[in-house]
Write a protein that binds this ligand. Structure first.
Ligand code: ADP
Ligand code: MG
Ligand code: ZN
Length: 242
């Protein structure tokens, strides 16, 4: 919408008047909805790298894990807000976990007008840590308020940083508050949720058993086992250093 010229339908009031015989009724003008969607998309802070990600352009040529994962994502959007669990996408690097998660929040914004927020796990910890710095402009509440308030929080790469007690407490506080408010989290992680496998690759080791059991209550686990999508399109011989 050109800011200089008012909306030809509602004259920037945000309401369109529908005349039906002798009756008039006001409905939200399209320009209002469009502006709201634009604002929500900005506030979601989807990184540039993932701006192109939609559910539509997530390719699933075979009926494999990825095909199932996309189905779960589409159903989630269709059913929202009548869902009581979020989703935990788990799988190796490059299989499209973040792509699908971003596709979900994008559709929730565009189709359902929901407020969503993307946060990389490491960035979140850094931002909270930075808020304790007396020189920093931000306060802990400034950082945490949107994380606690967004209808849907996308926490990308959970466990990507070594967990200290402080990290566990912080994430526990965030998840606990959201759990109590019945707010949904969508999570991606490269770490397997396999309690038998207590090596460094298990999610339990990375985030602790208390947090993991909370996550199991909050999220449906969706495993994505496939090859790195980016390798499929590399020309042969590219990137081979001998
Ligand atoms: N099935 C797919 N269809 C289309 N693009 C994909 C697919 N899987 C991955 N990509 C693209 O490959 C790149 C890596 O995917 P990403 O979601 O970052 O993987 P992950 O989060 O699992 O590490 C992204 O640019 C993403 O858009
Ligand atoms: Mg990712
Ligand atoms: Zn209008």
């Amino acid at each position: 919408m050109n800011r200089d010229s008012p909306c030809p339908i509602c004259n920037d009031s945000g309401w369109e008047i529908i005349v039906e015989g002798e009756h008039h009724r006001a409905v939200r003008c399209r320009c209002h909805l469009k502006k709201r969607t634009e604002r929500l998309l900005q506030e979601a802070r989807i990184p540039k790298r993932y701006q192109h990600c939609t559910l539509k352009n997530f390719k699933t040529p075979k009926q494999d894990d990825l095909w199932t994962a996309k189905g779960v994502a589409k159903d989630f959007v269709k059913d929202y807000p009548n869902v009581d669990m979020g989703i935990l996408f788990i799988g190796p690097c490059g299989v499209g976990k973040t792509h699908l998660a971003v596709g979900i929040i994008r559709e929730l914004i565009e189709k359902k007008g929901m407020s969503c927020l993307f946060y990389d796990f490491r960035d979140l910890l850094l931002d909270i840590q930075d808020s304790y710095n007396p020189v920093s402009e931000s306060s802990e509440m400034n950082v945490l308020a949107p994380v606690l308030q967004a209808e849907v929080l996308l926490l990308d790469e959970l466990g990507a940083r070594r967990p200290t007690e402080w990290i566990k407490e912080t994430i526990d506080h965030i998840l606990n508050s959201r759990y109590n408010d019945k707010k949904i989290v969508i999570i991606t992680s490269n770490f397997l949720d396999n309690t038998k496998e207590k090596d460094r690759y298990s999610l339990e080791q990375r985030i602790g058993s208390r947090l993991l059991s909370r996550l199991r209550e909050m999220c449906r686990k969706v495993e994505m086992d496939a090859d790195d999508y980016r390798n499929k399109f590399k020309p042969q011989g590219f990137n081979i250093i001998k």
